[in-house]
Structure formats: C-alpha cells, structure tokens
Write a protein that binds this ligand. Structure first.
Ligand SMILES: [Zn+2]
Length: 82
C-alpha cells in the first residue's frame, strides 16, 4: 500500500488512511474519496483535519485564500462515509 505524507503534521501514513483533498477545474475544493482524481491536491490525516483551518493548511498548499465554509464542508465530507 502506498505511503503518503500528511500536509499538516508531515507524518507518513498508508494512503487509504488519509483524506485526499483536491482542487477542481472550476476552482472548488473537495474531498477526493476515490483518491484518483488527476488534480492538484494534498493528503491530510484524520487527526489533523480538525486543526487544518487554524494551521492554514489549504492556504499554504493551494496558495490562495480559503473560505471558512470550505473547511466546514471538507470536515463534513470526510466524516460522511456513505
Ligand atoms: Zn497529520
């Protein structure tokens, strides 16, 4: 199983344990559940997701302003296993 790094804590995890977040073609940001989108993105571990907003993880990686709603939506999407 491939190993990827969490963008927040730099810890290394099996890919399937991480949450992949990608930038879509229309500039949106979403959770890539299948982890297969050919998009610019990052991985974050479940432990870091609640702190991602405070640590500005997305701002640093996508180099732009991220609305607080985006973080809220990502947390909801990551929690939804359906
Ligand atoms: Zn982490």
């Amino acid at each position: 199983m491939p190993i990827r790094m969490c963008a927040a804590c730099r810890g290394r995890f099996e890919k399937r344990e991480l949450i992949r977040i990608v930038e879509t073609s229309d500039g949106g940001i979403r959770v890539d559940k299948a982890q297969k989108a050919q998009r610019r993105g990052l991985y974050i571990c479940g432990g870091c997701l609640p702190d991602a907003q405070r640590k500005k993880v997305l701002e640093r990686n996508f180099r732009r302003k991220i609305e607080p709603e985006v973080y809220e939506r990502l947390r909801a999407e990551a929690a939804d296993n359906g």
